[in-house]
Structure formats: structure tokens, C-alpha cells
Design a protein around this ligand. Structure first.
Ligand SMILES: Nc1ncnc2c1ncn2[C@@H]1O[C@H](COP(=O)(O)OP(=O)(O)O)[C@@H](O)[C@H]1O
Ligand SMILES: [Mg+2]
Length: 276
């Protein structure tokens, strides 16, 4: 049944209910995930590499269908959408992926204009002003004529950010947006994600293993381990989590449930001169 638009607006923009998923039947990658993302929020999905964050993001995008459970995004159950409906839904999403590189044979301007041209039917003057608006928002209006090879890593990431918000998305999905950035660029990108979310009136999901750094900017966190949500809450609640796994990540401890040492034989047994 189709809900009225007003009622829809009061509901979470993303609702994941009891979702499990496996790429192969024998090996579940997501287990019993429950998650609700409110409109306007910046939400972090955090955890160690390999715990299932990107897979969960693909479920939210509708690129993967849950093996069990239901994913509702922008008011629709993604599993029930045909190709056209899924495509229409994706147009309301902005995405910035880990390896979502810029087109190196295009200028900064053309990179940001690309989704607008793909959208089709927009007059050139409008595209121009929209590109300038988006580049202004990331502080790079003056760099419109440059090519990606002329940019620093941090600048390139900002252009990618401008491109992902080209069509004023309602929901913006970031997969490891901080990878490879120096601390200053990191700070700039973190702040921009928050600012763009608030100025666009959008909702943002940040998937990252850079837990400590991202905690400063999100409203709410889902912390994952081995395909499950093992903790959730505000950054304050996550920082104070008694869960050892979370605690180790949040406080950057070298040892804990995630060991510093790769499994090895007793040290003594591995030393040639020991006991000699
Ligand atoms: N396309 C795929 N086919 C099979 N297994 C996959 C695929 N993508 C990811 N996996 C596996 O699923 C698990 C979770 O991966 P992923 O969601 O990428 O984790 P994260 O983003 O947290 O690093 C890993 O064990 C990974 O090897
Ligand atoms: Mg990932």
C-alpha cells in the first residue's frame, strides 16, 4: 500500500529489519541486522575491515537483496523494485565510494557536470551554475578548469564529494571516504560531510574503519563485528561502550580482542639462541 508523502517523511529514511545476507549460501556475511536511520542525521557504520560494512551499504543501495529480512529505503522495500524503480531511487542518492576516482581525461568542471549531463535535458547555462554552486560548496570553484592530475589527494576527494551531491541527493552514502588522506585533508572532508548534509537537508551514511576520527562528526553509530551490529548509540555512548571490541577501536589500543600479534609459536621456541 502506498503511504501518504507526509507520513513517509516522518519515518526513518533507511530501515533495515532482521536482515541477513551471504554471497554464498554457506557463509553468512550479515546476520540479523536491525538499523533505522532518521532523516537529517549523519550516521556512521563502523568496524574492522571485512566485518560487512560495504555489503550492508550495497543492501541499502538496493544493489544486493537480503537473503532474509527487509530493507526499506526512501519509503520502498528495495527487494520489490524493478530496474526502473531502483534507478529512480538511486537518483535520489549520492554516492562516494572508496575507489570512486575522478575521470582523469575530464576537467574538474566536467567531472561535476557528468551526473547532470547523464540526468539529461538540463540546459547548459543551468549546468554551469549548478557546477559552480557545488564547487563553491567544497571550496574549489577556482579549480574548475584543472584536471584531476593537477589536484592533491584531498582536493580530488572534495571534487568527488561535489560530484556525489551534483543532483541534490536526499541520501548520501560514503564508503571509506577518508582512505589515503593526510590528517588535514581528513579534517576538511569530515567537516564538509557534516556541512553538506545540513545545508542540503540530506541524510548521510558514513561507512568507515577510521572510527576515532569519524566519531567527532556523526550523530549516531552502528558498530559492527563479524556481520553483526555489536553496539549502537551516540558517539558518547560508543566511547563509553563496555564492549571490549568497541573499546579497543575507540581508544586505539594495540591489543584486545583484535590482537596486535599474528598467531605465532611460543617466542622462545622461535629463537635460535634461546637456552643456548
Ligand atoms: N563480491 C563478494 N563475493 C564474495 N565474498 C565477498 C564479496 N564482497 C565481500 N565479500 C566478503 O564479505 C565479507 C565482508 O566484506 P565487506 O562487506 O567488504 O567488509 P568491509 O566493508 O567491512 O571491509 C568479507 O569476508 C569479504 O571477503
Ligand atoms: Mg568496505
Amino acid at each position: 500500500m502506498q503511504q501518504s508523502p507526509v507520513l513517509e517523511l516522518q519515518k526513518p529514511i533507511v530501515e533495515i529489519r532482521n536482515v541477513s545476507f551471504g554471497y554464498e549460501a554457506a557463509r553468512p556475511v550479515l546476520r540479523d541486522i536491525d538499523l533505522a536511520i532518521e532523516r537529517g542525521a549523519v550516521v556512521g557504520i563502523m568496524g574492522q575491515s571485512g566485518c560487512g560494512k560495504t555489503t550492508l551499504l550495497r543492501i541499502i543501495m538496493g544493489a544486493l537483496a537480503p537473503t532474509r529480512g527487509e530493507a526499506r529505503v526512501l519509503g520502498r522495500a528495495t527487494g520489490e523494485l524493478d530496474r526502473d524503480a531502483l534507478y529512480a531511487m538511486r537518483r535520489k542518492m549520492g554516492m562516494l565510494f572508496q575507489f570512486g576516482a575522478l575521470f582523469t581525461d575530464m576537467s574538474v568542471y566536467e567531472n561535476v557536470a557528468f551526473p547532470m549531463r547523464e540526468h539529461g535535458g538540463l540546459p547548459e547555462e543551468l549546468i554551469h551554475d549548478l557546477v559552480m554552486l557545488k564547487l563553491q560548496a567544497v571550496g574549489l570553484r577556482g579549480a574548475a578548469h584543472l584536471t584531476p592530475t593537477e589536484l592533491s589527494g584531498g582536493m580530488a576527494r572534495r571534487v568527488a564529494l561535489a560530484r556525489s551531491i551534483a543532483l541534490d541527493p536526499q541520501l548520501i552514502l560514503y564508503d571509506e571516504p577518508f582512505t589515503g588522506l593526510d590528517p588535514i585533508s581528513f579534517g576538511v572532508i569530515v567537516r564538509l560531510i557534516r556541512e553538506l548534509n545540513d545545508s542540503l537537508g540530506a541524510t548521510s551514511v558514513i561507512v568507515t574503519h577510521d572510527v576515532q576520527e569519524a566519531l567527532g562528526v556523526v550523530d549516531y553509530v552502528y558498530f559492527m563485528a563479524a556481520g553483526r551490529v555489536i553496539a549502537k548509540g551516540t558517539p558518547e555512548e560508543i566511547r563509553a561502550s563496555p564492549e571490549p571490541f568497541v573499546n579497543q577501536f575507540v581508544n586505539g589500543k594495540p591489543d584486545g580482542p583484535v590482537p596486535f600479534h599474528y598467531p605465532a609459536p611460543e617466542y622462545g621456541a622461535d629463537l635460535e639462541l634461546a637456552g643456548a
